[in-house]
Design a binder for this molecule. Structure first.
Ligand code: FAD
Length: 433
């Protein structure tokens, strides 16, 4: 919640570019703190793709700190997902090439573990958490905003400087708008990022991985998987690929994200149609169960996975522009925390903006936000890249499953055990300095 129940009246008004998870969460944070805002979205309406997204307990707690309504909305989309003890994923080997002639992939405590059997469980942290259907969660965010706060079909093409460092926004439809500052929440292909960093440094790079995504009715998944595998999060690992499944939509939908690798991506489109045959060929050496999961991916698309190289800054002073969420630090999804980082950004920036009253203080806010958020968000991009390799036996230990387990069990602590309030405290100190 806002640190002060009656925040100072503002002599500034802000433009939020983009109405995804970042833009809408920030809009809620700022609206709750009586900060005048307008959201500009290039699409004709708010919308998210039909796929899942997971939030771990620390991120759900941060939602509550921004506005309890966000957490309540999340909980309405994420029922029936409790596991005791909390589980992030069961890890199994799904690639037959990792097995010996008897199908054994690992020996642990004198026990032989076969292909497809759980090798270990990556524990999660306690507290409300889990997967949601993206569109359902976005709908919950939209409910928390007043009508008229967003303008649609407003594709930002440029920002020029107006009086006193103000930002003049130029849209593709030829119109303009003037605001004291712009918060760029326009995602991985961000125009605001290009303006702040320059075209070359803003450009996303192909990560070497791509994904197939599908949602399957849970009833259907229960026809080919046992209850544990269908209704709780699972990771099937292999060479050059891994397959994640987890429940979303209050346990009614089985969400699939299946990864594979290629050295380069040349198509200008990042989501392209492919044939079922080509998709199934990626998993030709995998277990029957994994093949069965993939056979349920209807009308497959390939999603090329890009990420940003580290940004040297998340803001500029004239005209005032600050980057947030994927626009600032788009990552691969291998630690399931990209959207969680967007939520953390919104908390810190929202609180800081709530504490100032004049346009002159905006630059100090952006500087403090940049100082605390940039190192953590950029660390995610790098460690996520490493995680993508680990899940596909390309980590330092290769396909040694003991080394894999040791790395996997420890690698999420810095993300999940982080005290975001401390970041805010530090940012406040910088703001007051
Ligand atoms: C396969 C996959 C799985 C993932 N799984 C997870 C997960 O489990 N957990 C997790 O935490 N994260 C996950 N992520 C990451 C997460 O999806 C993103 O971090 C998050 O959705 C980014 O939200 P955003 O609002 O910053 O950007 P976006 O969702 O990209 O929203 C940007 C918005 O800006 C609009 N826009 C763009 N350009 C302009 C413009 N010029 N003018 C006006 N509007 C514009 C767009 O239309 C869009 O509405 C995953 C990502 C992928 C690819």
């Amino acid at each position: 919640m806002a640190s002060d129940s009656s925040p100072p009246p503002k002599s500034f008004n802000l433009a939020i570019i983009g109405g995804g998870i970042s833009g809408l969460t920030l809009a809620i944070a700022l609206h709750t703190r009586n900060i005048p805002i307008t959201v500009y979205e290039s699409a004709a309406s708010f919308g998210e793709i039909g796929a899942g997204v997971g939030f771990e307990a620390n991120f759900v707690r941060t939602m509550d700190l921004i506005a309890p309504g966000i957490k309540e909305g999340f909980l309405r989309c994420s029922k029936n997902q409790e596991s005791v003890p909390p589980k992030w994923f069961d890890v199994r080997v799904g690639d037959t090439r990792r097995a010996d002639g008897e199908g054994v992939v690992h020996e642990k405590g004198g026990r032989k573990i076969k292909l497809g059997e759980p090798i270990f469980t990556m524990p999660a942290r306690a507290g409300p958490r889990g997967g949601v259907h993206r569109a359902h969660f976005l709908d919950e965010l939209i409910k928390l905003l007043p009508q008229g706060i967003a303008l649609f079909k407003k594709k930002l093409v440029d920002v020029s400087e107006g009086e006193g460092g103000d930002a003049v926004l130029h849209f593709a439809d030829g119109t303009t708008a003037q605001h004291t500052a712009v918060i760029g929440c326009d995602g991985i292909k961000s125009r605001t990022r290009e303006i702040v960093l320059g075209l070359e440094d803003a450009r996303p790079v192909f990560s070497g991985k791509y994904a197939y995504r599908a949602i399957v009715p849970m009833q259907k998944a229960l026809e080919f998987l046992d209850e544990e595998e269908a209704t709780t999060p699972q990771m099937y690992c292999g060479y050059k690929g891994h397959v994640l499944t987890f429940p979303i939509a209050n346990g009614t939908i089985f969400n699939v994200v299946a990864f594979s690798s290629r050295s380069e991506w040349t198509d200008p489109e990042w989501v392209v149609k492919t044939s079922r045959e080509d998709m199934l060929a990626d998993y030709a050496d995998w277990t029957e169960k994994v093949k069965c999961i993939m056979a349920n991916v209807k009308n497959p698309d390939i999603w090329a996975l890009y990420n940003h190289v580290p940004a040297s800054t998340f803001y500029q002073a004239r005209p005032r522009i600050c980057l947030l969420g994927d626009a600032a630090h788009a990552t691969t999804p291998h630690q399931g925390s990209g959207a969680g980082m967007c939520i953390e950004d919104c908390y810190v920036l929202g609180e800081l903006l709530g504490e100032i009253s004049s346009a002159d203080e905006l630059e100090k806010v952006f500087r403090a936000y940049d100082a605390v958020r940039r190192p953590r968000a950029l660390k995610l991009v790098e460690t996520s890249r490493q995680a993508g390799m680990l899940w596909e036996f390309e980590g330092p230990g290769g396909d040694d499953l003991d080394a894999f387990e040791k790395d996997a069990i420890s690698r999420m602590s810095w993300i999940w055990d982080h005290k975001i309030e401390r970041d805010l405290e530090r940012a406040r100190e910088l703001l007051r300095a």
